[in-house]
Design a protein around this ligand. Structure first.
Ligand SMILES: [Zn+2]
Ligand SMILES: [Zn+2]
Length: 54
């Protein structure tokens, strides 16, 4: 699941350095949100498939 304007959320990537990134992807398992850039997934990929952080 992808969201482009999920601006109120908190990226749970431990190494998040992109607090202003605007593209988000949700883990299908734990339902937490990450910046696409923080988990190194392209927006295209995030749209096409499912993302699992764990
Ligand atoms: Zn982040
Ligand atoms: Zn997860």
């Amino acid at each position: 699941m992808v969201c482009l304007i999920f601006i109120l959320g908190k990226c749970v990537a431990g190494t998040c350095e992109h607090t202003r990134a605007r593209n988000w992807v949700q883990c299908e398992r734990c339902t937490q949100w990450y910046h696409c850039v923080c988990v190194k997934i392209s927006l295209t990929k995030a749209r096409d498939g499912t993302f699992n952080c764990c």
